[in-house]
Design a protein around this ligand. Structure first.
Ligand SMILES: *[C@@H]1O[C@H](CO)[C@@H](O)[C@H](O)[C@H]1NC(C)=O
Ligand SMILES: *[C@@H]1O[C@H](CO)[C@@H](O)[C@H](O)[C@H]1NC(C)=O
Length: 132
């Protein structure tokens, strides 16, 4: 047989596909962890203030910048804040979740001093880091 006919063997083609899939996975991961991604697209980020008021949000936006001090989530359709979803935002001082549909408790970092939560159905907010 002539070597020319084997140039694109199935093995090499399969390896190429694997490499492409790996690249795609890396790209997807890079987008997912982009700290200034989605939140600042769907909301307005003004330095440490993230304003998502009245954006028809049904879930907490991803990629809220670390260092956010005020998070305005009022007047949306949020059904929950993931239980530990805000716990690592250790600069957070103020959060407004008034006028949403939240029924389940969630934790907040100990830095939070001001919480607005009128018109939700939360029975308790876990004082996650309030001690430290
Ligand atoms: C929210 O939904 C209402 C009703 O569909 C629409 O009129 C309004 O423009 C939406 N607001 C935003 C910020 O998308
Ligand atoms: C923000 O940065 C601090 C310090 O590096 C870190 O402890 C914390 O987990 C980060 N929070 C988030 C939400 O990434």
């Amino acid at each position: 047989m002539s070597p020319g006919k084997r140039r694109t063997s199935p093995t090499i083609a399969a390896m190429g596909l694997v490499v492409m899939l790996q690249l795609l996975a890396m790209l997807t991961t890079a987008v997912a962890v982009n700290p200034t991604g989605q939140a600042c697209d769907v909301c307005e980020c003004k330095g440490p203030v993230v304003i998502c008021t009245g954006r028809n949000l049904t879930e907490l936006p991803r990629g809220i910048p670390n260092g956010t001090k005020a998070l305005e989530l009022g007047d949306n359709f949020l059904r929950e804040i993931p239980y530990d979803g805000l716990l690592e935002f250790r600069s957070l001082v103020k959060i407004n979740i008034a006028n949403n549909l939240i029924k389940t408790p969630f934790k907040l970092p100990g830095s939070v001093r001001v919480i607005f939560l009128d018109v939700n159905r939360i029975s308790e907010i876990q004082p996650g880091g309030f001690a430290g």
